[in-house]
Design a binder for this molecule. Structure first.
Ligand code: EPZ
Length: 402
């Protein structure tokens, strides 16, 4: 089966349409819930957005009719914060609701705010909104205390239309950051070093439209690769980008799984003897936090014991109590989870809490004895396109009941 475009790339790319009054065309757009939330948010700012069945999006911000991203939309999708950087780049003014926490953590935006202040913006917090304005934005050196993906993306977008040069230090290196830089360059931005910890942006006066194809979703690909490992091989994932999956594939090889890796495909082969391996989540190119829950399911089905250390988010073990109800042997202590395998899982009624935890419950349900009912699957639809159809095409028995 084929992998869709990356959710965490299409969202900043859509926000970047605010930086120009010309038309922006995005291809390989995943039809996931968050894309339609971003469409709605951009629409409220004056952007015309169409998304076709085939996954082509056309966006045009001929003029910005509002600079305010309201709480009722922002609270449903944290990535809404990405309009802060592009509104500041385009109109030097933005009022964006604080996203508020979500299931996996408190999700602060202090680094986004500090970055804008470094570019010369006035930024105040008032009644739950970030109100930013600037007569001009002047390039500056911005050091991120913590590596932040959307923080890096926001500063790239604001700096692209600032005066002078901006250097981002301790920047995020995720492929989605590089994908955004690729499109910004097509729009006329001068950016180099994206994909490394030091990104240089030389501001320009104006950006024009562009056409760009969204990179494949490495987290969706990783989720199906783990499914292939759980199934004992015999699965091939096409249209993915194996070079974005090094940390995952290396770890899975250490566990004992084997792969046939092509230019844009990964075939999962029958494993040799597999044994649990410890894992620690890290910023890219380390093991992705968005793959932690899925890896944990594999460890419950692998002989031995392993310690999973979640270092990025403070509350990203919401899947653990649900997996334990299915028979998994997991103990957590702060950001660490001790998993003992292999324990047979039995189907149960479970509840999805956040996007990636929900995906791990689908994996557990597919390999458990008996039937599993997952409630609140809207979490899954936020980031996975037609997940039940994709799993069914691989022979799984899975259906949506409401
Ligand atoms: C992006 O979130 C992704 N979302 C997340 O994917 C992903 O889990 C995360 O990066 C880490 O890889 C999108 O790209 C839309 P961060 P982001 O800023 O940018 C702290 C999914 O499942 N921090 O890199 O919001 C923060 O609390 C989602 O698809 C600050 O302290 O994450 C966290 O501990 C979930 N201050 C760490 O940095 C800030 O101003 C990394 O967060 C910003 C972040």
């Amino acid at each position: 089966m084929r992998i869709s475009g990356a959710k965490n790339s299409v969202l900043p790319l859509m926000a970047a349409s605010l930086l120009t009054s010309d038309r922006v065309v995005l291809r390989n757009v995943p039809r996931v819930w968050d894309v339609f939330t971003m469409k709605k948010l951009l629409g409220q700012l004056g952007v015309s957005v169409t998304v076709t069945e085939e996954g082509t999006a056309e966006l045009q911000a001929s003029e910005i009719t509002s600079r305010r991203a309201p709480y009722e939309l922002v609270r449903t999708m944290r990535a809404s914060i990405l309009v802060l950087g592009s509104l500041m780049g385009r109109c030097r003014e933005a009022s964006v609701s604080l996203p508020g926490g979500c299931a996996i953590g408190d999700r602060p935006v202090n680094l986004h705010i500090n970055g804008l202040k470094k570019l010369g913006a006035n930024v105040e917090l008032d009644k739950g909104y970030v109100n930013a304005s600037a007569a001009t934005l002047t390039g500056s050196e911005i050091y991120f205390d913590t590596i932040t993906v959307t923080g890096t993306e926001n500063m790239m977008m604001a700096a692209a239309l600032a005066e002078g040069e901006t250097v981002l230090l301790n920047a995020a290196c995720e492929p989605e950051v590089v994908d955004l830089a690729d499109m910004l360059r097509k729009m006329g931005a001068i950016i180099e070093g994206d994909g490394t910890a030091a990104v240089r942006i030389r501001g320009v006066k104006k950006l024009s439209g562009a056409e760009h194809s969204v990179i494949p979703d490495r987290i969706e690909a990783g989720t199906f690769i783990i499914a292939g490992c759980l199934a004992g091989g015999g699965l091939k994932i096409a249209d993915c980008c194996p070079s974005h999956l090094d940390a995952l594939l290396d770890k899975l090889k250490d566990v004992g799984h084997t792969f046939d890796i092509g230019d844009n495909s990964v075939a999962i082969l029958p494993p040799g003897k597999s044994v649990c391996q410890d894992m620690t989540t890290r910023p890219y190119p380390g093991f992705a936090t968005d793959m932690q829950a899925q890896y944990m399911v594999l460890m419950t089905q692998t002989a031995g014991s392993s310690v999973i250390d979640e270092t990025i988010f403070e509350n990203r073990f919401m899947h653990v109590p649900e997996l334990k109800r299915m028979g998994a042997d997991i103990r957590t202590d702060g950001g660490k989870a001790m998993v003992r395998g292999a324990t047979p899982l039995t189907g149960a009624n479970v509840m999805a809490t956040d996007l990636r935890a929900s995906a791990s419950l689908v994996l557990a349900g597919l390999f458990a004895e008996g039937e599993t009912i997952i409630d609140r699957v809207y979490h899954i639809d936020r980031g996975y396109e037609k997940i039940e159809e994709k799993f069914r095409s691989l022979g799984a028995s899975i259906e949506r009941i409401k």
